[in-house]
Each structure stands twice: as structure tokens, then as C-alpha cells.
Unconditional design. Structure first.
Length: 285
């Protein structure tokens, strides 16, 4: 392998010679972008030169250095290349990078994250039109939400099947069916049921299994439904939070989760010992 040991040396920009047959062009705007990058990040990519100090890769960086008034730049001298290999590398160094692609979704997320931190996105090399297009595509769902795929002829999961996922059991069935509940519990008796129904569906509030303890999530508008679900218990602890406007889940915004009710027959449950203390006062009923 040629150039197995590389050394960075600083040379005067006047001593470095551009390749007269360089087919890669650099617009004034692009050189301005390179200048801005050098000013912000420093010199991160040495210019590749041959044994005669002729540029193999880095014509744009050399032009930017001259524009910025930089007298010396880092270089790497490649030795042992034939004239044919040198000319081919001039082309390959540019073309190989152009052959790479972008994951537009991840790219948009990265740009949005940088923007949220106040970073100048112009320093990434993307112009306003490109960034706008990427942001617009990121807001669109990855699939058509109205499209419904045809069910497979032979489904993998069938009604009544129980799937073991480590310590967990997943049952394919209707939770209002006693047989489904028995299959999921496999003879065990639950100590606590976490009940988090779709708040806006009234029928979802008509069902609840019995257990020594019950945790019910609800919004302000569904507090009466939550109390009806836990009416059989003697004690109720209510937790309220209001500052989750920035949190989000795939199914619905978390700001819907305004309250959680813990129902139990045990009057001595220590709520602060059971839940991470968040310095908010809790109301006990």
C-alpha cells in the first residue's frame, strides 16, 4: 500500500500549485462557505499534494486560504504515485464522496437539533431551500396514515395465542374476555392493575379487573369516570401534574395525562416512598 506513513507539513500557499487540469469547479459562493467553515471549526482537512507540491485534493480549501489571508496551510505529500495514478486520484477524491447518499429523515432530525441549539445551519453547507425541503419532509408521516394493508393470508399471530417475551406475556385477544385474562395471568393474581384507557372513548371506562391496588390515569374531563372505576376501593391518592406540554408520545400528547389516581384498601400506603419525589404537593383524598 502506498503512503502507509503520512505526515502533515505546513507549507506556504504560494509554494502550492493548483492542478491546471482540475475538472472540479468551485463557485464563489462555495468558497465563501469553505471560508466560513475554516473560521468556525479551524483547518480540519489538510490539502493533498504530490511530490512537486501540486494539488491532488483541496483546490477549494487552497482558494479559501488565499481569500482569508492565511499564509501557511497543512498539507499531506503523497509519494510513489505514477502520473496516471495521480490524475485518477484527483478525480476519485471528488467523485467518491459524491457517490454517498443521505438518510433524509436522520439528516432533518440532526439539522432540527442544531437549529434548536441556535447553531448557524449555513455552516453545514446546506442552503435555506434545501433545509426547508428537508424540514417539510420530516413533518410528513413516513407512511400514509389512511392506508390499510391487506391482511396476510397466513397471519403470524392468531387469536388466542400467548407470546412469551422474557418475563412478560402478550395475548392476542379481547381484554373483556375472561379467557384472555386467564391466559395472560397464567394462574397468577395481579397485585396492581395500571388502567390507562383512551380518554375520549366512553366505553373504555366501563371495564376494570379487580386487584388489591389500582392505578388509573385520566384527564381533568374524565376524573368522574376514574372515580367510578375505583369506587370499590376504600382509599384514593391523587397525583396531579400540569407541566408536561413539551412531552409527546406516538399515540397522543402526554398533556392529556393530567392526573393519576391510586386506589387501594390499604390506608398506610406511603406515596412518597413509592414514587420519585418531585417536590410537588400531592393531594390525598
Amino acid at each position: 500500500m502506498k503512503n502507509s506513513s503520512l505526515e502533515i507539513r505546513y507549507l506556504s500557499v504560494q509554494a502550492i500549485k493548483p492542478y491546471s487540469k482540475n475538472a472540479r469547479t468551485h463557485s464563489e459562493q462555495q468558497i465563501d462557505q469553505i471560508c466560513a467553515s475554516i473560521e468556525r471549526f479551524g483547518w480540519t482537512n489538510p490539502i493533498l499534494i504530490d511530490e512537486g507540491a501540486q494539488v491532488i485534493a483541496g483546490h477549494g480549501r487552497l482558494a479559501a486560504a488565499k481569500r482569508l489571508g492565511i499564509n501557511e496551510v497543512p498539507t499531506i505529500r503523497l509519494s510513489g504515485l505514477s502520473d496516471t495514478e495521480r490524475r485518477a486520484l484527483v478525480l476519485a477524491d471528488n467523485k467518491l464522496s459524491l457517490n454517498a447518499g443521505w438518510d433524509d429523515h436522520l439528516l432533518a432530525l440532526e439539522l432540527q437539533a442544531l437549529q434548536s441549539e441556535g447553531f448557524d445551519l449555513g455552516l453545514t453547507g446546506f442552503d435555506d431551500a434545501e433545509i426547508g425541503k428537508l424540514f417539510a419532509s420530516a413533518e410528513r408521516p413516513l407512511v400514509d396514515p389512511d392506508s390499510v394493508e391487506d391482511p396476510p393470508a397466513e397471519p403470524v399471530c392468531r387469536l388466542g395465542q400467548v407470546w412469551r417475551l422474557g418475563r412478560h406475556r402478550l395475548v392476542c385477544g379481547d381484554t373483556q374476555d375472561d379467557a384472555v385474562i386467564k391466559a395472560s395471568l397464567c394462574g397468577a393474581e395481579p397485585d396492581l392493575i395500571a388502567f390507562d384507557p383512551p380518554f375520549e372513548i366512553d366505553a373504555a371506562w366501563t371495564w376494570c379487573r379487580s386487584a388489591p391496588k389500582l392505578l388509573v390515569f385520566c384527564g381533568y374531563e374524565t376524573v368522574p369516570q376514574a372515580f367510578r372505576v375505583g369506587a370499590a376501593y376504600r382509599h384514593c391518592y391523587q397525583f396531579v401534574w400540569d407541566n408536561l406540554q413539551g412531552w409527546w408520545t406516538h399515540n397522543r400528547p402526554l398533556q392529556c395525562h393530567k392526573s393519576a389516581f391510586y386506589f387501594a384498601d390499604d390506608p398506610f400506603w406511603d406515596c412518597d416512598a413509592a414514587i420519585m419525589f418531585d417536590e410537588k404537593k400531592r393531594k390525598k383524598n
